[in-house]
Design a protein. Structure first.
Length: 121
């Protein structure tokens, strides 16, 4: 099953990887192993993906601890904020239940700038 991605994400990913963009599948994993400077078809194991994301987020001066589930939560939250429905988010994330997809909905975690400005010094 192919995972759908937006055109902006596909374009961004192409620029980041400097290789033709494609949608991740079982035969073409999103995070692939490297050996001797060559990108292999073999998928990176979960531990190495997590370490890579942590290294790159540290280099980008992102202080929040992030991982693969952060990307999933961002995607689901963004989709729902833009009028998507939970059942469709469930299908896109390949979850068996809408309750599982709802765990990644971070819309209620955001605090508006107006709320922050209520703090007085």
């Amino acid at each position: 099953m192919r995972s759908p991605v937006t055109h902006n994400l596909e374009s961004t990913w192409r620029n980041i990887c400097k290789r033709p963009a494609s949608v991740a599948t079982r035969k073409n994993p999103l995070f692939r192993a490297w050996r001797n400077g060559l990108l292999l078809r073999k998928r990176l194991n979960q531990s190495n993906v997590h370490k890579m994301i942590r290294r790159r987020s540290a280099r980008a001066d992102i202080r929040t601890k992030i991982g693969c589930h952060s990307f999933r939560a961002t995607g689901i939250t963004n989709y729902l904020k833009n009028g998507g429905i939970l059942e469709d988010a469930q299908q896109m994330a390949a979850h068996s239940s809408p309750r599982t997809a709802a765990l990644y909905d971070r819309r209620n975690d955001e605090i508006s700038l107006d709320e922050i400005e209520r703090i007085s010094y």
